[in-house]
Design a protein around this ligand. Structure first.
Ligand code: PLP
Length: 440
């Protein structure tokens, strides 16, 4: 009997024993094409020698030093590299161990920012339906995914959830994409008027929504309008790039594709590429200085902050992304993946939408393409696809739809950036077979 808590099944899953490139192998010798990089983590693929060596070298030098006493060379180098490439004046970096920690830090930093300004009334967050921002209680309260939240109510913070920017479902007949983007962003203004802008500390969103919505991209102008609304009301903009950041959409920071600079930005997953558990929160000097000039420091901390070994691994990952020109490759291979998905599923009776950016693609399943009616959630389609794909040697990321019960199940794809053309073909073949088996 395994003593480990199984994640999604009652019984223990197969034992993973090795990884090479885009493939993982289990203890029986079965190979799996990792078409979702786990959960959009393994951007470099598995078994990358450069990253492994960087981590080993760091372990030989200094594995750990507590940030209550020291900073370390790898943490400093990683922060410098991130700031060099981050947009605007995002020039302070807080290194944590993963995405939920990065989001939790972002939420607390926003709260402390308003506190330092003497504004004690701003306790509320506005986020979006069908979002996921992590599993710790603050991040969970922020996420707009009802089934994840249900067991843990009442959650820790006051959060309102507005509709996401969801062209496929929410754009009106005859409305231009630009007009829809503005209308979707204006929902933030409406919600602010409803709850009182003086009670709100931050608006939180993913530039491209990942796990809970299957690579939902924003309409043009959406985030620029969001930025304007936040500025007008003194509300901080927190962008969560835990899944979509680090090159996944074809830019190191996905917000640069929207031409906005948030006040606080969270990254993780691809930052460690699976080689080390690491995340980061970046903030602008304006946010940082408000705290530095107030209490003096951010009232937050974890034992493994700024972990030297994790930082050395992440520095090697970001350097590899940049030095090997992998981010432009994301756009090239992403276009090929999109075309292959369109060719195979574009006319499929039960696939209503194929969307995404770079190597971050989603397919939304519908019972009826014309009415866009989703499948009955009781059918458990997403779970079936995941299980069948796994049996067929494909790791992908299906999830059930949620937005007020009106959106379809979807499949998220986020393969390593090194994916070859023949592996794109293999991915599409295996996914096709798995979807047909699940629908049968
Ligand atoms: N934010 C987003 C957008 C995510 O997709 C995730 C994880 O899937 C998280 C935060 C939480 O990250 P972690 O699982 O590393 O705690």
């Amino acid at each position: 009997m395994s003593h480990i808590f199984p994640r999604h099944t009652k019984s223990a899953p197969p034992v993973a024993v090795s990884g090479a490139g885009c493939y993982l192998t289990d203890a029986s010798g079965k190979q799996y094409l990792d078409a979702s990089g786990g959960a959009a983590v393994s951007c470099l693929g598995h078994g990358d020698r450069t990253i492994i060596d960087a981590i080993k070298n760091q372990l030989d030098t200094l594995a750990y030093a507590h940030t209550g006493f020291f900073t370390s060379e790898p943490a400093e180098k990683l922060a410098d590299l991130l700031v060099e490439h981050a947009p605007g004046d995002l020039d302070r970096v807080y290194l944590v161990s993963g995405g939920s920690e990065a989001m939790e830090a972002a939420l607390k930093l926003a709260r402390q920012y308003h506190y330092e300004r003497g504004d004690m009334n701003r306790g509320r967050i506005i986020a979006r339906k069908q979002s996921y921002h992590g599993n710790t209680l603050g991040a969970l309260a922020t996420g707009g995914n009802e089934w994840r939240r249900a067991q843990f109510a009442p959650l820790l913070m006051d959060v309102s959830h507005i509709d996401p920017c969801y062209e496929y479902r929410l754009r009106r007949e005859g409305e231009s994409l630009e007009d829809y983007g503005l209308r979707a962003a204006n929902l933030l203004e409406e919600e602010l008027q409803r709850v009182g802008p003086e009670t709100v500390m931050a608006f939180v969103a993913e530039p491209v929504v990942g796990a809970t919505a299957g690579a939902l991209t924003a309409a043009p102008g959406y985030f620029k309008r969001i930025r304007e609304i936040c500025d007008r009301h003194g509300i901080l903009l927190i962008l969560d790039e835990v899944m979509c950041g680090m090159g996944r959409t074809g830019a190191l920071f996905a917000c640069t594709q929207e031409d906005v600079v948030p006040d606080i930005l969270a990254i993780a997953k691809g930052l460690g590429a699976g080689y080390q558990p690491i995340g980061a929160m970046l903030c602008t000097s304006a946010v940082y200085d408000t705290i530095a000039d107030g209490s003096g420091f951010f009232q937050h901390g974890h034992t493994y902050l700024g972990h030297p070994t994790a930082a050395a691994g992440a520095h090697a990952v970001v350097s590899a992304l940049l030095d090997r020109n992998l981010i432009p490759r994301v756009t090239v291979q992403g276009d090929k993946l999109r075309r292959a998905l369109q060719a195979r599923f574009g006319q499929h009776a039960n696939i209503g939408d194929i969307r995404g950016k770079g190597l971050f693609m989603g397919l939304e399943l519908v019972e009826d393409r014309d009415t866009k009616a989703p499948y009955d959630p009781k059918r458990g389609l997403a779970g079936k696809i995941k299980k069948l794909a796994f049996e067929n040697g494909l790791i992908c990321y299906p999830m059930s739809g949620t937005i007020d019960g009106k959106s379809g199940d979807h499949v998220l794809l986020a393969p390593p950036f090194i994916i070859e053309d023949r592996q794109i073909d293999e991915l599409v073949d295996k996914l096709d077979r798995s979807i047909e088996q699940a629908l049968a």
